[in-house]
Each structure stands twice: as structure tokens, then as C-alpha cells.
Design a binder for this molecule. Structure first.
Ligand code: ARG
Length: 459
């Protein structure tokens, strides 16, 4: 018999390489709160069902509480020889309460234990992230309200398209994050079932009460199939997929911050709090936080991909491959939490150069659509013809190196005699955005309403 917890049928010690590849305590120790909470729920249920005596259950519970204190205060020594968090806790429990510790693992396996711990961990993470995402939405909506009438260029293909308002642009991210929150919420709903009591894979012959442990751990219900309970890692995959989409959204905003803070754009500035310098170029102000929000998507998407690959070929039920579910997920979720905080920080920190945005908004013939729309509305042209006439006027202005509003009325009527002096009213960027009052449009009035509605909802 070896010293391992499972050493009964073993006579030789494990090879050092096996120990090295098998050990997970370095990363799964962060499941300690969940592990102890689940063990407490399990032993209370075993006592209620008469599987262990109340006296034994009490000694085990007190021992677990002591371990909790030891870990919290930093005196607990995690042992790599004990492989993972479950065996570290159980082995220490045996030191504290003696052989009675062995009764805790009745009607339980590490397979349902780790599935339970990890679900609890992900559920906690999702709840904390939701609060952080809400805070980010609030930061964005507050800025949107303040910049409801700030005209900026709207882009398609990153070419000047039509003037929009900065507030409207920011509210686009509020909508994206609302959907992100919805995806995490959906994932939480589905993961909120208790695998505890599925044991190794087949359930148990002991008269356990899975409803009781599910309730104690604030799960909606126990999982219905013991094999699925220990085989399933959808809950991690779903969370990582929601995390990936969310990180992608944050990355797009981060990319815009990188672009907008260049001297060439100069739309926004970041204070020293969110800027780094260069060791060689004294003038440099680098948006490192934004770049890293963009860069962290690599590891977040990677964690999703890695776990999909780990899972795809596994026959039911548990295989040790599944231990590979944790490091990537922890890293991805930690990274995402950091990104959300960084984006909220930059959103609150940034200064807006309204003049630079306005000047850029008029560049690139961004009001050409307004001119074409005017030809339809005031001169009765079909839109396709109006598009063509406007194109000729843009070409004329471009040939002269001026904006549309700088063309003389005679220039305009020479291209199409139906044009009247009223056309000049639609060529300015303010008029352009003010006219975008269709539901969901960029007009300052719309933005004010929507930003206010969001702030109320987020309060
Ligand atoms: N450390 C393991 C994991 O994370 C716990 C489950 C081990 N189960 C087993 N049958 N060896 O997956």
C-alpha cells in the first residue's frame, strides 16, 4: 500500500513524472472555498439521512471550518504530493479530526466533487462580472449623455461615411454589453444545477438526498443524469464563449481608443493614469491598457478553443483530460475581469476633443447622403438618380479640393437645374445629425432619450 489516498491496491510509488503531470493543486487551490462549502453541505446531508452520525458530522464540519480559517489566514500548507484541492482538504481533515474524516467521502467521488466546485466557482464569477459589466455600461451611458450632441465622423470600411454623435457611438457599446450580460445570465441559468451525489458516474446505493445538498448550495435543482453530471463541461464552455464575445466587444472599443488617441485622429485623450511613456521617445504617450484589452482576446479565445478540443473526443464519463478545464478558464476569466475594469476606467478617464471630432466629421464628403436625400425630398428625384447627381457634385468638389458646402449655387445647378439655395441647409454636419431622428438613429435628441433610459435601467 502506498501513501496515496487511493493507495490500497498499489504497491509501488508513482513515478516522479506521473506526479508532475498529474498535480493540479498549483491552480485548483483557488477552489478551496467552494470545495469546503460543498463538503459541509454533503456531510450535513449524510447526517440528516442517517448515513453518518450527527456527532461525526459535527466533528467533520468543525474540522472543515478550521481548514477554512487556516487557508484564509495563509497558514495552510498546500502539498503537491496530495495532487489536488480535494485531497489536500481531506488529508488535512484527517490530521485534525482523525479517521472519522474518512466518512466525509461516503457517497461521493472527486468526479462529482470537482464538477460541483467548478460550477460554484463559475457561478460566483458570473455574478461578480455582471456587477462589473453593469458599472461599465453606466460609465458609457453617462458619457453618452454628456456627448449626446458631439458630432463625430461615422465610419464604414473605416472611411468617413456619415456624421454621427459620439454619444450614439458610445451607446452602441452599451447595447453590446447588455447582450453580453444576457449571455452570461443564460449560461448561469443552465449551470445552476447540482452534480453533487452523482458520485463517480453511476450514483450511489446510499440513501442520499440530492435535493438537500442542491438547496444548501443554492442550486436550482440537482442534475438529472449521473453520467452527464460528471462528464459535462458545457458550463465552462458556455461561460468561455460568452467571455470571448464580450472580450471581442471590449477589444473593438479598445482598438478605437488606440486609433482615436493618435495625434492623427486626436478625438480623445487619456490622462497619465491610463498612459505610459516610451523609454527612448520623450514625446510618446502610449495607450497600453487599451492595447492590452485588445491583446488579451488572444488568450481568452484560446481558452475556449483549447477546452473545445480537450472535450471533443472524450468518451463518457470522466477522464483526467478534464482536469485541463481549469487553468485556461481561470486565466481567461481573470483576464476578462481585468479588461472590463480597464475599459470602465478609460471610459471615465478620457477627455473628448469636440472640435477635432467635429472637424473630422465634415471631412470626406460625409454629408453626401444628406444631399442625395434632399434631392429626393425637395426636388423629387428617385434615390438612384439623386445618388448619381450627388456623386458628380462630390467629384466636382474633390477636383477643386473643397467641401460640398463651398460649391457655389451655379456649380450645383449646372449639374442639376432642380437644385435650389435651400440645399445648403442640409450640407452642414449639425443639420445632418439632427435629422437622424428615426428610431435608433444618431440624432442628439434620440441619444439623450436613450442614454437617460439606460441610466434609469442601470440605477
Ligand atoms: N483534479 C481532478 C480534476 O480537476 C479532480 C477529479 C479527479 N478524479 C479522478 N477520478 N481522478 O479533474
Amino acid at each position: 500500500m502506498t501513501s496515496k489516498i487511493w493507495g490500497g491496491r498499489f504497491s509501488d510509488a508513482a513515478d516522479a513524472v506521473l506526479d508532475a503531470i498529474n498535480v493540479s493543486i498549483d491552480f485548483d487551490q483557488r477552489l478551496w472555498t467552494q470545495d469546503i462549502e460543498a463538503s459541509k453541505a454533503h456531510v450535513a446531508m449524510l447526517a440528516a439521512q442517517g448515513v453518518v452520525t450527527h456527532a461525526d458530522a459535527e466533528r467533520i464540519t468543525n474540522g472543515l471550518a478550521q481548514i477554512e480559517d487556516e487557508i484564509r489566514s495563509g497558514v495552510f500548507v498546500f502539498s503537491r504530493g496530495l495532487e489536488d484541492i480535494h485531497m489536500n482538504v481531506e488529508s488535512r481533515l484527517a490530521e485534525i479530526v482523525g479517521p472519522v474524516a474518512g466518512r466525509l467521502h461516503t457517497a461521493r467521488s472527486r468526479n462529482d466533487q470537482v464538477a460541483t466546485d467548478f460550477r460554484l466557482y463559475i457561478r460566483d464569477f458570473v455574478d461578480q462580472l455582471d456587477a462589473a459589466l453593469l458599472d461599465l455600461q453606466r460609465a458609457l451611458a453617462e458619457r453618452a449623455l454628456a456627448e449626446a450632441a458631439t458630432v463625430m465622423p461615422g465610419f464604414t470600411h473605416l472611411q468617413s461615411a456619415q456624421p454621427v454623435t459620439f454619444g450614439h457611438h458610445l451607446l452602441a457599446y452599451v447595447e453590446m454589453i447588455a447582450r453580453d450580460r444576457g449571455r452570461f445570465h443564460d449560461a448561469r441559468e443552465r449551470l445552476n444545477e447540482s452534480p453533487l451525489g452523482a458520485a463517480a458516474l453511476a450514483g450511489t446505493s446510499f440513501p442520499i438526498d440530492r435535493e438537500m445538498t442542491a438547496k444548501a448550495l443554492r442550486f436550482a435543482r440537482p442534475t438529472a443524469n449521473s453520467i452527464d453530471s460528471v462528464s459535462d463541461r458545457d458550463f465552462v464552455l458556455e461561460t468561455l464563449s460568452a467571455a470571448s464575445i464580450c472580450a471581442m466587444h471590449l477589444s473593438r472599443f479598445a482598438e478605437e481608443i488606440v486609433l482615436w488617441t493618435t495625434p492623427q485622429f486626436g478625438f480623445v485623450g487619456l490622462s497619465d493614469k491610463f498612459t505610459t511613456g516610451s523609454s527612448i521617445m520623450p514625446q510618446k504617450r502610449n495607450p497600453d491598457a487599451a492595447e492590452l484589452v485588445r491583446g488579451k482576446t488572444g488568450r481568452i479565445f484560446g481558452a475556449l478553443q483549447a477546452l473545445l478540443v480537450v472535450m471533443k473526443g472524450l468518451p463518457l464519463a470522466y477522464s483526467k483530460d478534464m482536469q485541463e478545464d481549469k487553468e485556461g478558464a481561470f486565466d481567461a476569466l481573470d483576464s476578462l475581469a481585468l479588461c472590463v475594469a480597464a475599459v470602465a476606467g478609460m471610459t471615465r478617464d478620457m477627455t473628448v476633443d469636440r472640435n477635432a471630432m467635429r472637424a473630422a466629421a465634415g471631412a470626406g464628403y460625409a454629408t453626401a447622403t444628406d444631399l442625395a436625400d434632399w434631392l429626393v425630398r425637395a426636388a423629387g428625384l428617385p434615390f438612384r438618380e439623386a445618388h448619381h447627381v450627388t456623386g458628380r457634385l462630390v467629384a466636382l468638389a474633390a477636383a477643386r479640393g473643397v467641401g460640398l458646402e463651398a460649391l457655389a449655387l451655379e456649380d450645383l445647378t449646372a449639374v442639376d437645374p432642380r437644385i435650389t439655395p435651400e440645399v445648403f441647409e442640409v450640407l452642414g454636419v449639425d443639420k445632418s445629425v439632427e435629422s437622424r431622428t428615426s428610431y435608433g438613429g444618431a440624432a442628439p435628441k434620440n441619444v439623450r432619450e436613450q442614454a437617460q433610459a439606460w441610466l434609469q435601467r442601470l440605477a
